[in-house]
Design a binder for this molecule. Structure first.
Ligand SMILES: O=C(O)CCC(=O)C(=O)O
Ligand SMILES: [Fe+2]
Length: 313
């Protein structure tokens, strides 16, 4: 499992190893689109620094964090918290800060914490390094599919990027809630680092498989728009975050996704001429609207864009 044994990306620069690394990425993408990477080119000191500024922010008194409170609407930015225990629907047990970083015009600095003082500079450096990693991964993934290296990047148009700092405090009754309920990511590709175990990905027979925390590794997962663009060759897997009773867990999640007016189309090269495309064309805005209208409980959101096809489950 590529989530258990991280893929060593340094091999991409070594002629003798590159094809094996590419094959490992292809296999992970075909399995469930979840894998971990090490030696990925993002400096470890920068990863540690982002974790440090995140931790220092969450450790501030509540009233100082509320200065950055976001509005409860889709695509909102800023600080928020939801701590719900219930016997019925899975709920949230988390604090978070969500910040847009790209395009530059979407950086709303009023939501960016002023404390700790190094927050802004660290965010800027970290998200630039993670953007570069996203582009390198998208290029390998495109080539693995027989497409030109820039295919997936271009298919998503002008890059949008945001980072969510997630903080899951200890929970007195972890069986009665979830950090984050099951979902697939709606954008293109997600790059996450975690502190502590708690991320789980859907496995066979309605079970959940832990994505173990490897220090200095990133967890990469493919999201819904990649599923559509690859015409279902690569799936966007459901995942969730569980909580525990004795320690705080944090994760730092960077989303890469299309602009609202970007048209998303299954790559013609990946469409079987006899079967036709498995998903319909859409503008990304329609996807956001479908999300806002509510996810169907028993199916993944991306299935509502499938063209009546039993191959899309
Ligand atoms: O905290 C985690 O490990 C999962 C976060 C996640 O899935 C998300 O933010 O979309
Ligand atoms: Fe997610």
């Amino acid at each position: 499992m590529a989530t258990l044994k991280p893929i060593d990306l340094s091999g991409l620069h070594d002629e003798r190893l590159a094809s094996s690394v590419r094959a490992q990425i292809a296999e992970a993408c075909e399995t469930n689109g979840f894998f971990q990477v090490i030696n990925h080119g993002v400096p470890v000191e920068l990863m540690d620094k982002l974790k440090e500024v995140g931790r220092k922010f969450f450790d501030l008194p509540k009233h100082e964090k509320l200065v950055y409170a976001g509005k409860p609407v889709l695509g909102a930015e800023g600080y928020g918290s939801r701590m719900v225990l219930t016997d019925s629907e899975p709920q949230f047990w988390r604090e978070f800060v969500e910040l847009h970083t790209l395009p530059l015009s979407e950086r709303h600095y009023n939501y960016w914490p002023q404390q700790p003082a190094e927050f802004h500079e660290t965010m800027e450096k970290y998200t630039a390094a993670v953007l570069d990693l996203a582009h390198r991964l998208l290029s390998v993934i495109s080539e693995n599919l027989g497409l030109k290296p820039t295919y997936l990047k271009e298919a998503m148009g002008e890059t949008q990027q945001s980072t969510v700092f997630q903080c899951y405090p200890p929970c007195p009754e972890p069986g009665k809630t979830l950090g984050l309920p099951a979902h697939s990511d709606i954008g293109g590709i997600t790059i996450l680092m975690q502190e502590g175990d708690g991320l789980q990905v859907a496995a066979a027979n309605d079970t959940w498989e832990l994505v173990p925390n490897h220090p200095n590794a990133f967890v990469v997962n493919l999201a819904d728009q990649i599923e559509i663009i690859t015409n279902g060759r690569y799936k966007s897997a459901n995942h969730r975050a569980i909580v525990n009773s004795d320690s705080t867990r944090r994760s730092y999640v960077t989303f890469y996704y299309p602009a609202k007016d970007q048209k998303i189309i299954p790559a013609p090269e990946l469409v079987d001429a006899k079967v036709g495309p498995l998903y319909r064309e859409l503008y990304y805005l329609e996807y956001l609207q479908a999300l806002e209208a509510g996810r169907a409980k028993d199916k993944r959101l991306v299935q509502s864009f499938a063209i009546n096809n039993p191959l899309v489950t």
